[in-house]
Design a binder for this molecule. Sequence first.
Ligand code: ADP
Length: 218
Amino acid sequence: MNPGARMVLLGRQGAGKGTQCVRLSRHFVIPHISTGDMLRAAVREGTELGNMAKAIIDAGGLVSDDIMIGIVAERLEVDDARDRGYILDGFPRTVGQAESLDGITSERPLNMVIDLDVPRELVLERLSARRVCRDCGANFQATGTETGQWTCENCGGDVVQRDDDTPDAINRRLDLYETQTQPLIDYYGKTGRLVTVDGLGSPDEVFDRLTKAIEQRL
Ligand code: ADP
């Protein structure tokens, strides 16, 4: 079996991070750690964290760095992540989170940070058609012809439109991406950890590019 890897996947909302992370997680046999999925699960379960985060998420805002860093630090201590590594999706999203992540991972540092690059003009369309499985987080594209309840082909969960995939919240998240997350590209570029992968093309083409770029680097 391959030795695993510790990776971060950066990219705009709608760049295809969710889709590719599910595949990368299988290919490299590492957990896919999505902070968005973790927060949505907390909202669904009505935990204290979920109740606090719901309004922020629906408005397209960012949950505070302190809270997010706590959640991720705890998750990276679980055996699967300690032993095999992980692919982080949705974290870090600010330079503060990236600095904390370097602290948390000082003993087992990141192997690389991948920027899945898709221009802003192209992601808006993908996001309005996006549907997600409530249970496993798999992503689908609606064609407009679906009727009735949609069941996930991977796990049988409900496939729904996210509450924060409204035009206003999408635009707010994309603005935040430019101001808060784009600086991470410099942050990781300066320390030689950044690998940029073109996110245009079919999911298979992008996956092929990603695995080649990762294997070359490991
Ligand atoms: P998207 O990539 O479409 O913005 P995610 O599924 O990654 O969505 O996250 C959904 C929401 O969860 C974000 O808009 C934000 O409110 C919150 N969130 C997720 N990760 C973080 C993070 N690292 N820091 C702050 N808020 C976060």
